[in-house]
Design a protein around this ligand. Sequence first.
Ligand code: ADP
Ligand code: MG
Length: 703
Amino acid sequence: MKVSAPAPQTPLREILPAERAALFERELGLTTAYDLLTYFPYRYEDLTAPTPSNLLGAAEGEENAAGLIVSVKHQFLPGRARAKTTALLRDDAGVFTAVWFGRPYLRNQLSEGLRLFVRGRVQRSFSGPQINVTTHRVIRENEDYDGEVLPVYGQTARLPLKTIRAVIRKFLPLLLEIPLDELPEELRCKHRFLPTREAYRAIHLPLRMSEAREARRRVIYGEFLGLALGAAVKRAQRAFSGGALPLSAPDQLMDELERQLPFTLTGAQRRVIREIWGDMARPQPMNRLLQGDVGSGKTLVAAAAALLAHARGAQAALMAPTEILARQHAAKLATLLLPFGVPVEVVLGAQGVRARREALRHLADGSCSLAIGTHALLEDDVVFARLGLAIIDEQHKFGVQQRMRLRAKGYGGNLPHTLVMTATPIPRTLAQSVYADLDLSVIDELPPGRTPIRTRVTTAARLPDVWAFVRKHVERGRQAYVVTPSIGLDAAKRDGEEEESKAAIARATEVYDELAKDVFADLPVGLLHGRMSTREKDEAMAAFTRNELRILVATTVVEVGVDVANATVMVILDAQRYGLAQLHQLRGRVGRGAAASFCILVAPADHAESERLGVLERTSDGFAIAEEDLRLRGTGDLRGMAQSGAASFKLANLVADFHLYAEAKADADAVIAGDPRLEDPEHRGLRQLLAAGETLQALVVSS
Ligand code: ADP
Ligand code: MG
């Protein structure tokens, strides 16, 4: 066991006993000291302020009461095989009854003369108020107890609330030694916040509900301040950044583009192409975010931007987060741009030496107009003759530094125009406040002729039916995806490629084994996960594309890029682990062709969960889904927000807590105006707050 103060990144297993640490990682995805410290309760049980018995039953929800046991009766209800305990209690105002069901052990716990604190729903009857106890606490003799506030944490079947509470209670003092994001005294006083350490203590173990609220206010403000500081820093930086090559669109370009396409542009595509071309015509670098739901046709918009660069004698680079996606973009864009004679090259990490050398030569001598690749494009030996446009797909998968490195490849002191694309829609008002430094284009219209994906939520108990459904479709010639959860998937990113956790790989493999060897033993089943080599991944994908594999078990690596029109069924296991927006994006992998497609979400039989997932049954509008996600879970799930740091919110909800955001933003702007690089020692805690350190790196890079 570690004795010295833990750092935020100290592994949980150096703090908790090994088995416990493994359990917390497996069940909750917590791997570091900071993860545990910031595993916040989502609500509290208020066991303070008991209501006098004569006033019980006036409130809507649960109520508290306290009293002395006058008599107690233990029964067994044989018909329902349940224990029932009934106690009569007396307080200063009179008497009331407390009832427990299904707790046979109370026989040894409750007896006459004990003092009790109880909480539950109250029914009024002729014999006085009766409370159906959900929580109780026996007060020992001489104990000075006037109630407590109990934190309620997200629990799982294998990691119950009681254990989480006990572990956090025990280790909190140690966790509070982690260096925390102290606010400058001035800001703390201005908002009358609890001291930082106090706030973190009180959020887990508040003495009163009012204290919990205060603690939450402090932590939420801190999250917002980090976000707002990041935006303020970026804005300040942008003011200093250089110019760009003006690339104005020739008059006929739109007509020519439309003439060469196999389909008509949607109105939304035409509009955003105009917006992008308008930006590119200016001598300041474009900095635009293109949002569009899965399948809305962003690739074509990227092609139009690249086409303009080519038409004006400049080069474009398109960077995608995975090789699968980069290859697919290359195939699509090369086809779209073929009639215009746009030479395209591919730059990947796993590429033959000869092929790579050729590609780099064509980029350096300007004979290639469009380079498509992964983060391999960022290598020093990738040199462009005249880079005028950088397009970044699924931009949230890249760090700020990586995006900056691409931009740094601009030409003659110019920055390339930058277009970032995301399939995670964010409500517009929100995007404007968060992406203060980006202009926004939205494709809010799908190409005609799409059949909506039919989505159903079901439970693990019904998996046999689900597999039968899959079999039926596969036997009709279709293909299916089975997606397994990606515990801790987003935790680690290396060189822009996601590292999947061991647990995620293990789970995928386990499901694969079960399906391949048992359930679908007679069908070709494949496996795809992030830790396979590029060759293996490509082979699996290619075999699935050729319809040689009929069922593909995959982690969320399928989320980006994969485009197999014949795949019409997707089963997502443990759907409760995903945000709605992410599920929506995942299911966008089916429904690519004209045939009816299906998405089956498998989750525990928990009411709230099926309510939440039910949103996906009812709508296929990505923006509506994103808004619902925001309402339910805050911005933590909107992965399009990762670059702004909003994805790291543990508590803050940009919708519900917007007033606090406004205050944090005003404070951040004032701080950055006075200390643009946060060099003042008073601002040390603020540097820490800067979301995920990303913007801080940007600060360093630009200085
Ligand atoms: P995403 O926005 O998810 O990247 P894609 O660019 O991959 O979407 O487009 C999805 C599919 O829709 C592609 O097969 C593409 O050829 C097709 N598509 C794009 N624009 C149109 C359009 N205007 N009309 C018909 N089909 C289109
Ligand atoms: Mg796409």
